[in-house]
Design a protein around this ligand. Structure first.
Ligand code: HMG
Length: 391
């Protein structure tokens, strides 16, 4: 019997602060339209000093525990490229904060922005053999580049948590997936650096050529055409890339470039959240999926959507899934909207102060000032140990 597997529940979290890119444009003496129209970004989420990938991930995951029996969770898979420890998995901290039981596999996985998809596919394959059980996947990242670098306006922060299992309530994944892997250096962050290094223009070219490669593989496996999907969710380092991706696919299929109306119909709703949070790396694709499902007026039940996952370095995957009937009852759109609408706007200098704040590495006792956060915060560092607090 072919059991359907996929995403059963979905929850998104982003910090309570943002910088309007108009202020950044002014500070960098750049035309604001470059950010708004050229990159497709309005705001960037800024994590305060007492928020990190763990607090964001736990805050995203917390509401999902009301949607399943926590004792059914056999895996906590934490996808990130901005890990807080070289040894201990961020998932372990989250496991503790959420009070999950001891019969659980708890790990962190990394391959740039692709790791959330690796977690999803591994969990889905496992779920087929364990109906009734659930994997908790958390993708959480803080995207940071050097101040004044070209990547700066694409920074962001956020997390998406997903429950994955058999007979899912939101999205049943298709088995076939187009894959591509190639050892390249388009974006990387050596262990000794806080901020990522990137060859920006090159990374965009590699992203689009990886899209072509995965699409070819996917078409060879399924025979589908680019017009066979009702919506497209792309990995979104900046939202304008979705348009470039669609144009690339249309050309590969030998058709005309999609019109701006067609582009809006196929990707518009997927961009709403990312446009005001910026890149959330491993979470970005799934933030786009959440945005689509939360904001689409059309009932997407029974419709097939396409997903493209890209992680620099690089690994990419083109895959698809069918939206389940009744999916709307599983969504948390009103909560997500309220969270985005109630964020506090930072002045430019406040943003720069947060970016320049050094992280204590001396092994002493450090208590962090309290900012606005979700239900969890990083209260301080004590003798190199991170101290988390539940509010
Ligand atoms: P840049 O080089 O400063 O920008 O940075 P640009 O000159 O390419 O301009 C960007 C767009 O704005 C262009 O549009 C300009 O024409 C337009 P396009 O030609 O591409 O259609 N523009 C304007 N539009 C309106 N009014 C104006 C104006 N001026 C210019 N006045 C870059 C762009 C993306 C390179 C930079 O932001 C960057 O380095 N970002 C970080 C890297 C990145 O996002 N790469 C994307 C692919 S790699 C990826 O997705 C993986 C990643 O998520 C990490 C991971 O996997 O781990 C990053």
């Amino acid at each position: 019997m072919n059991v359907s597997v996929g995403i059963d529940a979905l929850s998104f979290y982003t910090p309570a602060y943002f910088l309007d890119l108009g202020l950044l444009a002014e500070a960098r003496h750049v035309d604001h339209q470059k950010y708004l129209a050229g990159l497709g970004q309005e705001r960037m989420a800024v994590a305060p000093p007492d928020e990190d990938i763990v607090t964001m991930g736990a805050s995203a995951a917390r509401p999902l525990l009301d949607m399943t029996d926590p004792d059914c969770i056999d895996w906590v898979l934490f996808a990130t490229e901005t890990g807080v420890d070289q040894s201990k998995a961020a998932a372990m901290f989250v496991h503790g904060l959420l009070g999950l039981g001891p019969r659980c596999r708890v790990v962190e996985i990394k391959q740039a922005c692709y790791s959330g998809t690796a977690a999803l596919r591994m969990a889905a394959d496992w779920a087929r053999r364990h109906p009734g059980r659930r994997a908790l996947i958390i993708a959480s990242d803080i995207a940071r580049y050097e101040l004044c670098s070209p990547g700066e306006p694409t920074q962001g922060a956020g997390a998406v948590a997903m429950l994955v299992g058999a007979n899912p309530g939101i999205l049943a994944l298709d088995d076939e997936a187009g894959l591509y892997a190639e050892d390249v250096l388009d974006f990387w962050r050596p262990n000794y650096r806080e901020t990522a290094l990137v060859d920006g223009q090159y990374s965009t070219r590699v992203y689009l050529s990886a899209l072509e490669q995965t699409w070819r593989h996917y078409v060879a496996l399924t025979g589908r055409k680019w017009t066979d999907f009702c919506r497209y969710c792309f990995h979104l380092p900046f939202t304008r890339i979705a348009e470039k991706g669609l144009v690339r696919l249309a050309r590969m299929d030998g058709g005309p470039n999609p019109s701006s109306d067609e582009i809006r119909r196929l990707v518009g709703e997927t961009l709403t959240y990312n446009r005001v949070t910026g890149n959330t790396y491993a979470a970005s694709l799934y933030e786009g999926l959440t945005s689509l499902l939360d904001t689409a007026e059309e009932d997407l039940s029974g419709k097939r959507i396409a997903l493209f996952s890209y992680g620099s370095g690089c690994t990419a995957e083109f895959f698809s899934g069918t939206v389940m009937g009744g999916y709307r009852q599983r969504l948390r759109g009103a909560v997500h909207r309220a969270m985005l609408d109630s964020r506090a706007a930072l002045e430019y200098q406040q943003y720069e102060d947060i970016m320049n704040l050094p992280f204590p590495v001396d092994g002493g006792e450090h208590v962090f000032a309290q900012y606005r956060t979700g239900p969890y915060r990083l209260a301080g560092i004590s003798q190199h140990k991170r101290v988390y607090e539940t509010l």
